[in-house]
Design a protein around this ligand. Structure first.
Ligand SMILES: NC(=O)c1ccc[n+]([C@@H]2O[C@H](COP(=O)([O-])OP(=O)(O)OC[C@H]3O[C@@H](n4cnc5c(N)ncnc54)[C@H](O)[C@@H]3O)[C@@H](O)[C@H]2O)c1
Length: 167
């Protein structure tokens, strides 16, 4: 969607070595800032994904942190990694050595709604931020189960199901 709207350059993690591609695009240095916005259900390819899935199914780890690892490995020395994706428990193979030896600043947070929602609504009201394209499936409230199913399984290109009570 970002590429379609022309906002960003995208890299397809299913078809590309993301770390190598980021190094290539940054003169071998790595990005100054990496924002992980995937969370605990990250998908991956290859052995790492089998490892994460296996450990998760055996209840030996609660999440699959592939994108967090990738962000830490990709970031430049002295750069910053922000974990925006949600995690609730323990993760395995966290690259503490890379984080420490490259002197990264790592932080995470839940969005601070009380502070930021009024600012965001104000910018939306001024037309500076548009969100209509995210509502790919608009439906009445009694189709809630179907909307959640579309969203959860990313069916029919669903980005967000929006329910309108009374429709
Ligand atoms: N920190 C906060 O305040 C805050 C606020 C909103 C959402 N979140 C969290 O952010 C995360 C993303 O939310 P969302 O609503 O955009 O979810 P989403 O399911 O709509 O999007 C996640 C995207 O990550 C992609 N993805 C999966 N594995 C990947 C990988 N290895 N590399 C790159 N991309 C990968 C998926 O294809 C999908 O497009 C969730 O964990 C959500 O809970 C956090």
């Amino acid at each position: 969607m970002g590429a379609h709207h022309g906002w960003v350059e995208t890299i397809d993690y299913t078809a590309t070595d993301v770390g190598a591609e980021l190094r290539a695009r940054t003169g071998g240095r790595g990005p100054d800032v990496c924002i992980e916005a995937v969370g605990m259900e990250a998908h991956d390819t290859g052995a790492q994904h089998l490892y994460d899935q296996g450990k998760q199914q055996l209840r030996l780890q609660t999440h699959r942190p592939a994108a967090v690892r990738e962000a830490i490995y990709a970031c430049r020395k002295g750069g910053s990694v922000f974990v925006l994706g949600v995690f609730g428990g323990a993760v395995d193979k966290f690259p503490l050595g890379a984080m420490m030896n490259t002197g990264l600043t790592v932080r995470g947070a839940q969005q601070h709604g009380q502070r930021y929602i009024p600012l965001l609504l104000d910018r939306m009201a001024k037309g500076e931020i548009t969100t209509a394209h995210l509502a790919t499936h608009v439906m009445p409230l009694d189709q809630g189960p179907e909307g959640y199913d579309l969203f959860k399984h990313k069916k029919d290109g669903c980005v967000r199901a929006v329910f309108r009570p009374g429709d």
